[in-house]
Design a protein around this ligand. Structure first.
Ligand code: ADP
Length: 246
């Protein structure tokens, strides 16, 4: 379980990105951070693996302040998937997926087995894809490899920052469905950032609505729809229906 206790974050230039955030991210669930652009979602996510450090309050993982963990171990224990896939362009698919297992000094055949298993899990044929160069992949395939790589070293926690927002609607819907099915099998703790309320409701066991650096409301889809905290939440929920995407 990940806990934010009165967490605040002010960037060195004085931008106050987050204010007094209190939340709980349950193990084995998908928790979605959603809000308009600039509301602080990415900052909140990056603080979990210490790409940014909170400037007040504390973040706990399994009851321990994240600053007490060795920063490398903390990061190896978390998969990270970004909107623009940060795959290593000069390496093949299998080399990309092997990076963290190799850092963890896994044996070659354990890594090989894992690559097969992961490619299958993200819906790609291992024979066909493992030797491919990154440049030979479509956007959707690259994003699948990004997910496989994030899962490679069996992290307990996976951080996903708008992983599907650069994809066309059909690919995007397919990946959303795959992630949901995959999660039912692997049961990881996933923290997922999006600005799309439909995506949030589809994927999230719990949804945290953030606006101007503040946590406006957290709860399940049902709780939020049944009892929206204020006008902003009401409007935000209905914006998904109006847009009519997907
Ligand atoms: P979101 O992910 O919701 O779009 P961000 O977490 O990226 O929001 O940004 C929250 C706020 O912090 C914004 O006002 C943004 O301009 C500011 N911000 C983000 N990164 C930096 C940075 N490196 N330095 C200063 N301000 C930043």
């Amino acid at each position: 379980m990940i806990e934010f206790k009165s967490v605040g974050m002010t960037y060195p230039n004085g931008n106050e990105a987050l204010k007094n955030i209190n939340l709980r991210i349950n193990s084995g669930e998908i928790t979605v951070f959603i809000g308009p652009s600039g509301s602080g979602k990415t900052t909140a996510l990056k603080m979990i693996n210490r790409l940014e450090d909170n400037t007040s309050g504390e973040i706990l993982i399994k009851g321990r302040n994240i600053r007490e963990y060795n920063i490398h171990r903390l990061r190896w224990g978390m998969g990270y998937v970004l909107q623009q896939v940060a795959l290593f362009p000069h390496m093949t698919v299998e080399e990309n997926i092997s990076v963290v297992p190799e850092l963890k000094k896994w044996k070659k055949n354990r890594i090989n087995k894992k690559i097969d298993e992961l490619l299958k899990m993200v819906g790609l044929d291992s024979e066909k894809y493992r030797k491919r160069n990154i440049q030979e992949l479509s956007g959707g395939e690259a994003q699948r490899i990004g997910i496989a790589r994030a899962l490679a070293a069996d992290p307990e926690i996976i951080l996903m920052d708008e992983p599907f927002s650069a994809l066309d609607p059909v690919t995007r819907t397919g990946l959303q469905k795959d992630i949901k099915e995959m999660q039912q099998k692997i049961n990881k703790t996933i923290v997922f950032v999006t600005h799309d309320i439909e995506e949030a409701f589809y994927l999230g066991d719990k949804i945290c609505i953030i606006k101007d650096g503040e946590l406006v409301q957290q709860g399940s889809e049902e709780e939020i729809i049944r009892n929206p905290r204020n006008e902003f939440v009401k409007e935000f929920i209905s914006s998904g229906n109006k847009r009519g995407e997907k």
